[in-house]
Design a protein around this ligand. Structure first.
Ligand code: COA
Length: 258
């Protein structure tokens, strides 16, 4: 039903693949629109507990926004696309954990997409950059903001001002990615992480995500207050009863998302 992406379900894990390998999975407006539509579906699908986002082929995760679409764009259309109708914002507000599985070039809008996800797993062959400066423009999909929050101002400034690529080991060292694996192990390791998270209580996962994201969007007092409010909401769930009962009965909990 989609032309530029595929969606596959493996147990409780869904895998959304950006599927334009001949163009290194560059992001067109159609990719954004189909991605947003797929996320809206997956959001409502209770059988899906965790989402993995990746790129098709062995060469690229996503090599950025599709540069061929820049011609003819106006400030108004770009603002509308990047702010209101982007995949970045749909990922940011997605209520379930999202893992970027970065299997190659992760550039520009690709890096911004990976950073909108909650966790980033990369292959040793992955390469990262914000090369917009080389096109005479700048990041527009969250690059200056999310990168700075993830790696700090100095590292972010260097990537944004030079456009230089960094390798996977460097990305791991500066905190841009969580883990790096040999290319042939990336999928298995990402699935292992996704399946582990998929066994946790869905409402507690959603609220935990919200609380962690709020940390870099608020001051400490507001963040602590929000955390307590979200923590208290967990006490209204059946999964809290189940988690506590399972601990006391020395068995594995079976969380239902209620
Ligand atoms: N937008 C549109 N098309 C892109 C693209 C992008 N961001 N990135 C790659 N492609 C296309 C290439 O034009 C090429 O298409 P073609 O076969 O029809 O000519 C195809 O994908 C393969 O890329 P190619 O450049 O031949 O591969 P390479 O191995 O020589 O180089 C890169 C790989 C990633 C270094 C190079 O493609 C590149 O610099 N891409 C642009 C990255 C960028 O600036 N992204 C930010 C945009 S804001």
């Amino acid at each position: 039903m989609y032309e530029t992406i595929t969606v596959e379900k493996r147990g409780k894990v869904a895998i959304l693949t950006i599927n334009r390998p001949d163009k290194l999975n560059a992001l067109t407006k159609q990719v954004h629109a189909e991605g947003v539509a797929a996320l809206n579906e997956l959001k409502k699908d209770d059988s899906v507990r965790v989402l993995i986002i990746t790129g098709a082929g062995e060469k690229a995760f996503v090599a950025g926004s599709d540069i061929s679409e820049f011609a003819g764009e106006t400030p108004v259309t770009q603002r509308d696309q990047f702010y209101d109708r982007s995949l970045y914002n749909s990922i940011d507000t997605f209520p379930k954990p999202v893992i970027a599985m970065v299997n190659g070039f992760c550039l520009g809008g690709g890096n911004e997409l990976a950073m909108a996800c909650d966790l980033r797993m990369a292959s040793e062959t992955a390469r990262f950059s914000q090369p917009e400066i080389n096109l005479g423009i700048m990041c527009g999909g969250g690059g200056t903001q999310r990168l700075t929050r993830l790696v700090g101002e100095g590292r972010s400034m260097e990537m944004v001002l030079t456009g230089d690529m960094i390798d996977a080991a460097t990305a791991e060292r500066i905190g841009l990615v969580n883990h790096v694996y040999p290319a042939d192990q990336l999928e298995a390791e990402t699935m292992k992480l996704a399946e582990k998270i998929a066994e946790k209580a869905p409402i507690a996962l959603q609220l935990s995500k919200e609380a962690v994201k709020f940390a870099s969007r608020s001051n400490l007092d507001e963040g602590l207050r929000r955390e307590v409010d979200l923590f208290a909401i967990c006490f209204s769930t059946e999964d809290k009863q189940e988690g506590v009962a399972a601990f006391l009965e020395k068995r594995k909990p079976n969380f239902k998302g209620k």
